[in-house]
Design a binder for this molecule. Sequence first.
Ligand code: DLZ
Length: 161
Amino acid sequence: MATKNLSDYDLNSVPNAKDMKFGIVVAEWNYPITGALAQGAIDTLVKHGAKEENITAKHVPGTFELTLGGQFFAEYTDVDAILLLGCVIQGETRHFDFICQGITEGTTKLNMNYNIPVIFGVLTTDNEQQALDRAGGKLGNKGDEAAMTAIKMVALHNEMR
Ligand code: DLZ
């Protein structure tokens, strides 16, 4: 399936998640947005067969802390995939750049170090409206997309190992 917006996905192309376990780390910064991402992710996991008891969500203060929250899941639990959900909105300082760099590199390192899917579900936008549009607004919900990516990557892992 070639797609630009995974929210418009073909339901049949997503594997069943009934035996999969997921950890979700949610940043509290911009919580109206990250909470919507988390709800979208959970709804999508359940829609594709995941059991609610196999989905664990934890909160961290900001997007910068998502990496360590993800590492805690990887170290201390037996989840099959981890979703990192955050929202960084451009401000007047360079904080945006540093946080985006930190979470991007951190997510990549977790993927490489733990050999399980760690999904980059972070909105990086110029303003709040762009974020709202992507958190259940007119451009879908990137939390749904993170969930589908997680399911697909767990299925690939199970197939190949
Ligand atoms: C400090 C900060 C700023 C300015 N902006 C955001 C943001 O837009 N989104 C977000 O998730 N977090 C932000 N933070 C907080 C940092 O992620 C982090 O929590 C602090 O720098 C403490 O490490």
